[in-house]
Each structure stands twice: as C-alpha cells, then as structure tokens.
Design a protein around this ligand. Structure first.
Ligand code: FAD
Length: 395
C-alpha cells in the first residue's frame, strides 16, 4: 500500500487553491488531513476567545467538506511535534506537508519541526498558501525591508504577474487506516457565556461562507467600494477579513475573481483597484512582522519608548472596552465589536485613536483587547494597525 502523506492544516482551512493539498494529491498517495490544537501556554499570542469561536465553526465546516469527498479531518491536541510523531508512527506516513505561517512563534516552531523530521529522513514540504508574496520576496534596492507602504506596494505591483497562479483542485484519496481523533466539542473552543451567540447572525465561517461573501461583495458592493468603504453606517466593505485570516479563501482566489469582474465590467475598475490595494496592506503587515518580529510588543519607532502613557488606566480602559465612554461613535464601535466580533475599519481607527491619543492609554492595551474580541484578530494586522494609529508604527 502506498505510504500516506500527512497534510497538517493550520491557517489554511479550505480545500480549494491549496498548494500543499494539490502537491499531496498529485502523488496519488492517501492523505491524512490533520489539525492540531496547541496548548496555549507555549505561545504568548495564543488565539483569543473570538478567534477560538471562529476556529470551532471553521473546523466543523472543513470536516464536512472532507467527508463529502470520502475523507475526514483528524483532530488532535498537544505539542505539534509529539502529535505528528505519533500520527506518523501509527500510520506509517513518510511525508508531511503544510502551508507556511509567518508569525514569530510559528516560524520558530515550524523550523524546529522541519529539522526534526528532515533529520529523521522524512519528506517535509511547506508551501505559500496565504499571501500574494512572501515577506522576503519584496525588498528595497539595497536588500533591506520596506518601512513605508507606498513604495512597498509599488514593488509588489511590478512583480504582479509573477505571483503564484490559482490552482485547480486535484482528485484526492484519503487514508483509511485506524487513527484516533478528538471530538471537536471536547476542545471547548466556544465561550461558556452567551457572549458569542450573536456572531452566528453575522458570520458563516468556512470555505463556502467565504466564497459566498466574496460573490456577494463583487455583485453588490465592489462598484461603490471607493466611496462607501469609509462610511461606517453602510455595509460597504467585503467583510472577508476573518475568512482570509483563517485561510478559508486564498488571496489569489480573491484577486482572480476581482480581476475577472473588472475585466468584464469597466465600471468596477475603480473599486477593484482600491480593494486590491487594501489587500496590499495585508501583505505589508506580514512583511513588517516578519522583519520586525517585536512589532506586537515594542514600538516600531523607538522614539516612542519614553512616551508618558497614562499609568492609572483601569477605569477608563474598562469604560472603553464596554462602550461606556459617552462618545457615541466610540461606544457604538466597541459595542459592535462585542456583539459581532468585528468593527468597521474607520471605527477601528477612531476607537484606537481615542484610546491612545485622548485617554493616552498604551496601544498595547487596545491591541490585547482586539486580540481577544475580534473574529479576524491577526497578529500582523493588529499590531501594525495599532502602532500606525498610535503614531509609533510604520507609515
Ligand atoms: C486598530 C486596528 C486594528 C486592526 N486589527 C486587525 C486585525 O486584527 N485583523 C485584520 O484582518 N484587520 C485588522 N485591521 C484592519 C482593518 O480594519 C480590517 O482588515 C478591515 O476592517 C476588515 O474588514 P473588511 O474585510 O470588510 O475590509 P475590506 O475593506 O473589504 O478590505 C479587504 C481586506 O483587505 C485587508 N485589509 C484591509 N485593511 C487592512 C489593514 N489596514 N491592514 C491589514 N489588512 C487590511 C483585510 O484582509 C480585508 O479583509 C485593524 C485596523 C485597525 C485600525
């Protein structure tokens, strides 16, 4: 019997345009789809409560999609190296494929896992599934990282046609041996309190939900995106952020759909170009985090290190968190966040500015609150955006 390949899912919770799965499928060998829930203690930026809620729903959706193809998603909890060793020993797998993550913790973890299995003569391959350009592909003329968005994005646009093409799905066969798997509910990812009950009204986590969201955006909002995206009272943006964060849709798939819509309808050009540059900010944040891994904890501009933040912050911070500052737009945004796990970009800027510049509370307190409550909480975007608003970040 051909030796199976372990496809380790992380933040690539989809089946389409998935380089690791396509490569695994091309070998014709049986695939073991695996998700590992890591213990929180090891990672100082372990997923927050809203992210865990999303993860539960997204894993459920991925499991169903795999079952429809005759496979199943194996769920395991613990140290990835130990779990992978156990799965490999139990199944006889000789290959391990995954999609790359770019956060400092994930990079170190993956490096160590890769060298462990490569030394043991396993076939280990990793792929870019979630970015248009990997952080190290874009550099200034002297080989240093970019610190300013506009020249960074211009460099990306020069390489635009060289980006990875959209991949079509490949027929897969799945491992049929005996492997244990946890029950998703036993992970208790959804909060005990009723706090997240409202999320389901707004979100449909998973690959189908992501695709529906994209189609709806192109049909109904792309044309007016340039004008409507900054109006918090309108539903004028894509709301793709959590889907992109969890890799339920690839940025290549999003761009391919947007470009094709623009090609068939010239009135979508303006909105389409603006939208593509927003995806550029997504790329830029990853570029920054990769080259400046202390971005989530330390000022990007060290001149802010001596800034006198409010030391007695508890009272005001709590009012800000609960949407009880008395400033209507700030309170509306913070309550929207509490109810839906999301906030409009313009309002994120307002509440962040209010916290850091009006209340003079350290940007890290806001970053931490968003980390716990946003369904799209993303280490790179959150840190870069908080620092940008506070004034200590990149331009
Ligand atoms: C203080 C603060 C914190 C933020 N924290 C996060 C976060 O944790 N996760 C997150 O995804 N976004 C974050 N953002 C960026 C932005 O607010 C959201 O990406 C956007 O509101 C998501 O809504 P959308 O998908 O409808 O956006 P759209 O306008 O439809 O944009 C399309 C996509 O482009 C990307 N994008 C847009 N703006 C940005 C940006 N400024 N930085 C990086 N990517 C961007 C997102 O992936 C988004 O889904 C933050 C912004 C601020 C001001």
């Amino acid at each position: 019997m051909p030796l199976p390949i372990v496809a380790w899912f992380r933040r690539d919770l989809r089946l389409s345009d998935h380089p690791a799965l396509v490569e695994a499928a091309k070998t014709g060998r049986p695939i073991i789809p695996l998700y590992i829930l890591e213990d929180d203690e090891k990672n100082s930026w372990a997923d927050g409560a809203a992210s865990k809620w999303w993860l539960h729903q997204s894993l459920e959706a991925l499991s169903k999609s795999l079952e429809q193809l005759g496979g199943r998603l194996y769920l395991r909890r613990g140290s990835p190296q130990k779990v992978l060793t156990d799965v490999i020993q139990s199944s006889g797998a000789k290959s391990l494929y995954w999609s790359r993550c770019y956060e400092p913790y994930a990079i170190n973890r993956d490096k160590s896992i890769k060298s462990f299995f490569v030394e043991a003569h396993f076939d280990v391959k990793s792929f870019n599934s979630n970015l248009l350009f990997e952080p190290w592909e874009i550099q200034t003329a002297d080989g240093s990282p970019y610190r300013v968005f506009t020249p960074y994005w211009k460099s990306c646009l020069k390489l635009w046609n060289d980006r990875r093409p959209l991949l079509s799905q490949y027929p897969m066969t799945f491992y049929e041996g005996n492997l244990s798997s946890d029950i998703l509910e036993s992970w208790a990812l959804c909060p005990q309190k009723k706090w997240a009950d409202g999320f389901k009204d707004m979100w449909c986590p998973g690959e189908t939900g992501a695709q529906d969201r994209l189609n709806d955006f192109i049909s109904n909002r792309l044309k007016s995106y340039v004008h409507d995206r900054d109006k918090p009272g309108l539903d004028g943006t894509s709301r793709l952020s959590p889907h992109l964060h969890w890799g339920e849709i690839s940025p290549i798939a999003v761009i391919t759909a947007i470009e094709s819509a623009m090609a068939s309808d010239s009135t979508l050009k303006e909105g389409g170009e603006k939208f593509l540059s927003e995806l550029g900010w997504r790329e830029f944040s990853h570029h920054l985090l990769y080259y400046f891994p202390t971005l989530p904890e330390q000022n990007f501009q060290s001149k802010f290190d001596h800034f006198e933040w409010q030391s007695d912050e508890k009272d005001f911070l709590e009012k800000w968190q609960r949407g009880k500052t008395g400033y209507p737009i700030v309170d509306a945004g913070m309550r929207e966040l509490w109810k839906t796990g999301w906030m409009h970009n313009r309002v994120r800027m307002i509440v962040a500015s209010f916290l850091t510049k009006h209340l003079r509370i350290h940007w890290r307190r806001g970053e931490e609150w968003f980390w716990d409550t946003l369904v799209d909480a993303d280490l790179a975007h959150n840190a870069a955006s908080w620092q940008w608003v506070a004034g200590s970040g990149a331009d």
